[in-house]
Design a protein around this ligand. Structure first.
Ligand code: NCD
Length: 473
């Protein structure tokens, strides 16, 4: 099987078998970094970084140069025609005709998907807002494998800003697919978004256990867990224990990896919000790592660090973050070569057992729903000329739509059916989304509205239930 011509927008664009195969190419690259200059000779990589970056951009560029390819680059929106109001789609088409592969980092969630949809060449997402950062997850997974041998059954804690940290979103999906037990100790107020947690149980079919009163447990010297994911493949004994026993059990059996994130202050709505969140932000230092559960833990961080990871840990043999960053070069060399088709790999089908692609019905009518995430690419003025909101219908009760671009969820209030009303304008009725009608209307006939005024604007009248309910209010 070949990855030639494909893009990497989300970590789920690669199957487990493909990730394993990519790691073996990365091993090959790491063993002879200086002998790869024939692999991508004559190829050009466009490196488009519209947000600050040191590691990701320079390791991608170093990777392409080591492969013998060349680079064209743009690092600021202000220096490109995007600043003149050009759309991402137009930019993608044009850059796609200049280069052989595009690497893009952009502050809008879903931007990499749009570029991949229009470029006509492979596109690699190097971070799209607070959404995903799949190549960081590849470096992380590779490091865990190198240091621990295997991922299945490992207890891996993701610590800090889980809300806005795109690297931990991609990593969570990858870890779930490889069968890790994932522990979520967020900084207060920065919990893992609901859409990420939902995917764990719907796409990866594991069990999500929510723990109570995490903050009280910090005071008692326990690790501040608020949720835990256990894969379907292992009936892990932790899953059977009541909350407090989980904490005690972790002390006994140890945490294999502690993955730390900095506070993503550039994604907060206001500096005041950022200040407030900073006050309670955890610090990983010698004192914390004295805890019994961290005796054999490896400490990871995608970097850059700010105040959350003490410099005193740099000499500690458990610290892995600089090694983790160095591995970015062979991993990205392997990825570029595979997507350009200058390397081929054999993929083991066996390793694919954790992939569970779910085919959700798509909602893409012009009327009705918009993504509520103001940072989503589908809400940007330059992009709405050609993008219309599209969603996966991921749940019916309650009705839950997942934006196709940023994956945030919306819970619309009103529904109707196209089937029953076609040609009969006077009988067009809308219903409450939590009524029994949600089970009656076929997905292909479903019409969804955010509000009653929206339903009204499309010529629909309230069902008798809604009308009665309204009068009663
Ligand atoms: C991460 C990112 O940009 O999302 N950094 C990186 O790519 N190494 C994490 C971060 O900035 O905190």
């Amino acid at each position: 099987m070949s990855l030639a011509g494909s893009s990497l927008v989300t970590i789920d664009d690669l199957s487990n078998g493909e990730i394993e195969a990519l790691f073996s190419v990365a091993d090959e690259m790491a063993d002879s970094l200086n002998d790869q200059s024939g692999v991508c000779q004559g190829k050009i990589m466009a490196s488009l970084f519209f947000e600050p970056s040191t590691r990701t951009r320079l390791s991608f560029e170093a990777a392409m140069l080591r492969l013998g390819g060349r680079i064209i680059t743009a690092v600021e929106v202000g220096a490109t025609s995007l600043a003149k109001g050009e759309s991402l789609a137009d930019m993608a088409r044009v850059v796609g005709s200049y280069a052989d592969i595009i690497v893009i980092r952009h502050p809008w969630e879903g931007a990499a998907k749009v570029v991949a949809d229009y470029a006509g060449i492979p596109v690699i997402n190097a971070g799209d807002g607070g959404h995903e950062h799949p190549t960081q997850a590849l470096c992380d997974l590779y490091t865990i494998k190198k240091e621990r041998g295997n991922i299945e059954g490992l207890k891996i804690a993701l610590f800090g800003d889980l809300r806005y940290g795109r690297a931990v979103h991609s990593l969570t999906y990858a870890l779930a697919r490889f069968g890790a037990v994932i522990l979520f100790p967020p900084s207060p107020g920065l919990e893992m978004p609901e859409h990420v947690l939902r995917k764990l149980t719907t796409e990866y079919k594991g069990k999500l256990i929510r723990l109570e009163a995490p903050n009280q447990q910090v005071k008692e010297g326990f690790f501040p867990l608020d949720a835990m994911y256990v894969t379907p493949s292992s009936s892990h004994q932790l899953a059977m224990l009541p909350d407090i026993s989980i904490q005690i059990e972790l002390k006994k059996t140890g945490i294999d990896t502690l993955y730390v994130m900095r506070l993503q202050k550039e994604r907060h709505a206001s500096t005041e919000e950022g200040q407030e969140l900073k006050k309670n932000y955890p610090v990983v230092d010698k004192k914390l790592l004295k805890g019994k559960e961290f005796k054999g833990t490896i400490v990871m961080h995608p970097l850059p660090r700010v105040d959350e990871l003490a410099y005193e840990l740099d000499a500690d043999p458990r610290s892995m973050y600089f090694k983790q960053a160095a591995r970015g070069v062979p991993i990205r060399m392997a990825l570029i070569a595979l997507l350009l088709g200058t390397k081929e790999i054999a993929i083991s089908k066996e390793a694919d057992s954790f992939v569970q692609k779910v085919d959700y019905p798509i909602y893409d009518r012009d009327s009705g729903v918009r993504c509520l995430n103001s940072n989503c690419v589908s809400n940007q003025e330059t992009e709405t000329r050609y993008i219309k909101p599209e969603f996966k219908i991921v749940n019916l009760e309650p009705l839950t739509l997942r934006c196709l671009y940023c994956e945030r969820e919306v819970h619309p209030q009103y529904i109707a059916s196209s089937e029953w009303h076609q040609g009969m304008l006077e009988t067009k009725k809308y219903h409450s989304a939590d009524s029994h009608w949600i089970r009656k209307i076929k997905p292909e006939n479903l019409i969804i509205f955010d509000s009653e005024s929206e339903a009204g604007a499309y010529g629909f009248k309230p069902s008798s239930y809604i009308a009665v309910h309204r009068r009663g209010r």
